[in-house]
Design a protein around this ligand. Sequence first.
Ligand code: C5P
Length: 193
Amino acid sequence: MIFTVAVDGPAAAGKGTISKALARRFGLAHLDTGLLYRAVGARGGDPVAAARGLTPDDLARDDLRSLEAGQAASRVAAIPEVRAALIAFQQDFARREGGAVLDGRDIGTVICSKAEVKLFVTARPEIRAHRRWLELGGDEAQVLTEVIARDERDMNRADAPLKPAPDAVLIDTSDLTIEAAIARAADLVAARL
Ligand code: C5P
């Protein structure tokens, strides 16, 4: 079975949690595509060379979750040659036998424009910043500033900007429990499987 679920949205909206839950529930493979850009940003040096030479070891670094790694990711993610170097890996992953969930910013619009299910997961910026702050600590106002700056950069870049695919289903998690958000997403997947 080839079956792709594309989950896009801004930082800390709940994409990762929803994607992991869908993968577990339906026995699908899961790829957090943000990790690819984080790994490229964290490697330093020439980002295009880093993207072309990315190895599984790069993805296993334990400093990739920080706010700084997120900002670095979003800067290298605006470079078209970096994005181009990462397309084949993501598309191969999406077409693997048994089905896959990919979460990111451009999965439903660019990487898997024919995905069977497309979700756009979002939430108000203050709520997303609060969640990120609970996870990472630091100064909450600063976290909000960084989340907004990263979203702006992701939405306004020329190549594969963050936006919902025309056929994506919107899930706003601002006022939903995580269980309710997962249930909503799972119903949409179950209806297409
Ligand atoms: O999802 P995550 O916060 O790990 O993503 C880090 C950054 O990587 C995003 O802010 C975005 O700039 C970039 N990204 C992207 N396309 C994707 C996934 C992530 O441009 N499919």
